[in-house]
Every structure is written in C-alpha cells, then in structure tokens.
Design a protein around this ligand. Sequence first.
Ligand code: NDP
Length: 334
Amino acid sequence: MEFFDKLDLNNDTQAENKMSENTEHVKCLIIGSGPAGYTAAIYASRANMTPVMYEGLQPGGQLTTTTEVENFPGYPEGVTGPVMMEDLKKQAQRFGADIRWGLATAVDFSTMPRKVTIDGNKTIEADTVIIATGATAKYLGLEDEQKYAGSGVSACATCDGFFYRGKDVAVVGGGDTAAEEALYLAGLCNKVYLIVRRNEMRASKVMQERVFKTENIEVLWEHQTKGLTGEGVVEGAVLYKKKGTPEEEEVTIKIDGFFLAIGHKPNSDIFAEYIDVDEVGYINTVAGTAQTNVEGVFACGDVQDSHYRQAVTAAGSGCMAAIDAERYWSEKFA
Ligand code: NDP
C-alpha cells in the first residue's frame, strides 16, 4: 500500500497519454462513473492501460442518489451509496486513473482510433473505449414529480423505502420492478397501492402471485396518475380510473410516498449510430464478454444489463470490460 501511496501515478498517466490543445490520445477511455466505470478504472490502471475517465452528469451514477447499500460484499455494516462511490473512485485514483469532470457528447466509432467528443469541444482519440454510462429511471413526466422530488417522490424503493416505515405509499408500474418494489415496501409500510395502467400486469406470473397474496398491497387496475398533492411533501395522489372511457372517474388516495417503477432507459443514445442495442436501447455485448459489435469498444454496467442491475454485478462487468480492453490492446498495439 505504502509503495503505491508514494508514487505520483496521475502524472504517469498524463505523460503517457499524448496531449495537444484540444485533442488527446489515450490508450483507454472510460465513459461514465458508477460501480462499473470505477471498477473498470481500477483494473485498467493496474494493467498499465493509463485510463482516462469522464464522470458524466452524475459522478458516481445512480448509487449517489441512494442511501444505505447493504448488499455490496465487503461492507458488513452497510455503506451509503455516495461513500461507496467515493471509496471506489479513490481506489481507482490510487492506481493512477485520471478521473475528470466532463460529459461525452458525441462519438465517431467509424475511425481508428475511436473518437469521443467531450463537452462539445474536446476530442479524445482512444485505442479502447469502455462505455459505463448506466441507465436512468423513467418518470411519468408530471410536473409534480419535480415539485416533490426528494419530498415523497422516488424511483428506488430499495433505496428510500426505509423513510416510509409504517406509512402508506404508492408504486406505479406493472412490470417485475414494480412488483418487486411493491413487495419490498409491503414489508416496511402500512399499505402499498400498486397503480397499474392496464387491466393486467406485465410482471412474471410468480411475482404477480406474490403481489396478490400480500395483504397490504392493493392493486389499482386501470389507473393512471393525474397529479400529487401535499403541503411541501407528498400527502396524496389524484388518479384517473379507466381514463378515456365512458366510466372514467377521478380517485384520490392518501399516501406519503410515490414510487416510480416504470422501467429504466439505458444511456446509450450517443452510441446508437455505431453500437448494436436491443429494442429498449441496452447495448448488446458478446455473451460472456464486454465486447460490443465495434472492435475495441466495450460496455459494462447497467447500460448493457436490463436484468440484474445491481452494484455488484455492474462492478463485475466493469472488471470484465477492463480485462477485455487490456487483452485487445496488447494484441493489437503492444
Ligand atoms: P418493464 O418495461 O418490464 O415494465 C414497465 C412497467 O411500467 C409496465 O407495466 C408498463 O406498463 C409500466 N409503464 C410504463 N410507462 C408507464 C406510464 N407512463 N404510466 C404507467 N405505467 C407505465 O420494466 P421493469 O423495470 O419492470 O423491468 C425491466 C426488465 O427487468 C424486465 O425484463 C424485467 O423482467 C426485469 N426484471 C426482473 C426482475 C426479477 O426477475 N426479479 C426484477 C426487476 C426487473 P405496460 O405493461 O402497460 O406497458
């Protein structure tokens, strides 16, 4: 440990990556900074890939909006999301990762080296690119979601459910996430309304059965949210029942928490011209690897994972991406 503390590895990184005023050439560019990006940075630094990371709009990613993380191995007492992200960042910097503020705004993967524009005005030419841009929770688009952000509106029950112990809450959505979040909240809260816009759920049968068997979950079929009410914090929601039909009516429920669980949008838009994505936008990787369809470009974390979406699986895939990038670089450029 002391050995690494004494080395000024950041300077080594900068020296090895050739610089000019607005264009810079790097061996390994990491875009995005959640558990996937930071883990990729740790592994890539230790493999002498002298990685440069741009952290993006939300340094640390989705976990910085969570409170306690209790399921990441190595923290027996739990840890807050922001502290864990800071730990991962320091660990990557200790091995020389060059971590910078900045947002990737465009890419050109048609040339070699690959080109990535940062903040619209700087070009990074990279031998390898690791995409770790994560995913963003979807919202309904109601003004009230912003008005009550952090005051009763949340897109992560496992993060924020604890604050609503013994209270009444609502979850919006009919997929596996909504079912999972409703079940999680049912274990903490007095009552959970599950607001489903159709007369059936998209969630797997087994999850639906669990929801139906849970006494303190009430499914509000064919309901949509009109707005939220409350003095400074959420105190209720106004819903449409059977919107757009002759039986349409307004329904009011009393709740303290309003949880969105209507899916996530992978942050892959700027890559979509070059990178294969699925119908939702998740980046397709070659099974068992982090390799995308573009040579030298790798993807890890939630931007390529619609299924597990956990910090620990994101970190694992970040490790895979760095190892794949290093092997590719050694074969191609060493
Ligand atoms: P999904 O896309 O599967 O479901 C989204 C749900 O939100 C749907 O019921 C959809 O309704 C509803 N919805 C979307 N937009 C609106 C809107 N504007 N107003 C009201 N409702 C809306 O997303 P999930 O996050 O649930 O799941 C994503 C993937 O992850 C799935 O493949 C899922 O199986 C998987 N997953 C698996 C888990 C597990 O196995 N334990 C846990 C969590 C997720 P509609 O049905 O009408 O379109």
